[in-house]
Every structure is written in C-alpha cells, then in structure tokens.
Write a protein that binds this ligand. Structure first.
Ligand SMILES: [Zn+2]
Length: 273
C-alpha cells in the first residue's frame, strides 16, 4: 500500500532537489502499452510463428538473428515500431518533461527503453541518454562506418504478420548493405553507440546529483538499479517507483512508491508547485 505520507515525503525531496537524474526502464513504457517481453506467455501470444520455431525475444533481438533469421529479426522490430507508433507516451512522460524544464536547475534522463518516448514527449535532446539505443535510428549491419541515422517512417519494412516475416529492409546509404536498428541487442558487439549522448551524460554525472528517481526497473535488466545504487553510495537521495516490491532489492531506496509510473507521477505532480 502506498500511503499519502510516502508521496508527501517523495514530493518534498523533489521540491528541494536542484540536479536530478531520472532512471527509466521497461515499467515506464509498459504503462503506455509497450510490451516488456519478460512475460513469455504474453510474448508467445503476440507472435505464434516465433513459438513454432522456439525463437524467443532475446534470440530475435540479436546480431545473430539479423545475420541468420533476417526476415524474422526485422519483423520483430517492424512490429515494435508499429506498436510504439500506434500508442502514445502516458502522462508521466509529460510530467518529467515539465519538471525538467520548469522545476529543476538541471536534470537528465538515463533510459534503457528504446521506444523513443521521452524524445517524443519533447524532452531536451541534450538531456537524455538512451543507453540501449533507439528503434527510431538505424546503423549499418556491416558497420562500414560508425554512423547512425534517424529513420522514423512507419511502416518501414513490409510486414507479413501471419508469418512474422519482413521484406523490403532499409539499407545503409553508404555501402548499401542491410541496415539494422541502432539498438544495443543481446550479445551485441556491433552496436556503434551514441557518443554525443554519452558525453552529455558523463558531463551531467560528474557533478553532484541531489536526487535520482528510479522508475519501472526490472531484475532482468538491472542497468539502472546498479547506477542508482552507485549514486546512493555517493550521497544522492533516491526514490524508487515500481508496483513490484522486489524491484527495490538492489537499489534499496529509502522512498519506495509501489505504484505504476503513470499513477505515481500524477500523484506527485499534484504536490509540486
Ligand atoms: Zn554500410
């Protein structure tokens, strides 16, 4: 149960903070109907052709799949692009954006999500690192260079939903090889990264961070939990927002809000002038 007292305590921290880091993960997106693929049954239900071949999400989201099962690999990302395009960022994104612009002296988003929803909610482009990349950018599958580029066309590939096979793949403008998402996939040594976002993030965390807000992290991908823990050990205050109690095992935030991200931000925003 989330008591009004916890919300009040969190709002007080937010009100007093000057430099704030948002650490957003799958649970943030899930409230906008972006599937997390953690629940195997839900995943299989969406993709029966993959079930037949026993291709799991982490198999398809890999350079291996782009080299060996290209039609399926692109189909998986095409489906995700179409789904992200159909849905919209929930109110929590707008609230983060508003606080960043009006409330804090300085703030930054470190997200493991690849749906681009923070940027779609107009968060400043120099105040975010999409640490696992973005489905709205592409890079060369053959890495002929370290370039990446924006590609927001929907649909991008031709998608045969029944067989979950794509065709008409995008290609690299330089060498004309097939292009792939600019996303850090599983077992991925080919992801070219985003040096500008990386530099901006390093610059932000070099100075003291008053408060970190960890949102919707999962034990499956604990990148943000460990970053939160590291900051906490440096003296940063920590708020953790997650409906799942066990999501506080790593970071052990003093203020744990057991709510969905959308609801937590809406309740907190009522207390932020
Ligand atoms: Zn190329």
């Amino acid at each position: 149960m989330v008591t009004p007292k916890v919300i009040k305590q969190a709002a007080k921290l937010i009100n007093n903070a000057k430099r704030v880091l948002f650490l957003t993960s799958a649970g943030m997106s899930a409230d906008s109907n972006i599937p997390t693929f953690r629940d195997k049954d839900g995943y299989w239900k969406n993709f029966p052709p993959f079930k037949k071949k026993n291709l799991q999400a982490q198999d398809l989201a890999s350079p291996w799949a782009f080299r060996n099962e290209l039609a399926h690999a692109w189909a998986f990302y095409e489906w995700r692009r179409q789904n992200a395009s159909k849905n919209t960022p929930h109110a929590g994104y707008k609230i983060i954006d508003k606080w960043m612009k009006n409330h804090f002296e300085d703030a930054f988003i470190h997200t493991t999500n690849t749906d681009g929803y923070h940027l779609r909610s107009k968060c400043p482009a120099n105040q975010i690192i999409e640490v696992h990349g973005s489905m709205w950018r592409l890079q060369c599958l053959e890495i002929c260079s370290h370039d990446f580029w924006d590609e927001e066309t929907v649909p991008l590939c031709k998608l045969d939903q029944e067989n979950m096979r794509a065709s008409n793949y995008p290609s690299c403008p330089q060498c004309h090889a097939t292009a792939r998402p600019h996303i850090l996939m599983f077992g991925d040594m080919d992801y070219v990264g985003h040096p500008e976002q990386e530099k901006n993030f390093e610059r932000f965390v070099r100075e003291e961070v008053d408060l970190a807000i960890l949102v919707g992290s999962s034990g499956a991908v604990p990148t943000n939990d460990y970053l939160a823990l590291e900051l906490k050990n440096r003296g940063t205050k920590l708020i953790n927002i997650n409906p799942d109690q066990s999501a506080n095992n790593i970071a052990q935030a003093e203020i744990f809000i057991s709510l969905k991200s959308r609801d937590a931000f809406s309740q907190l925003d009522e207390l932020i002038p």
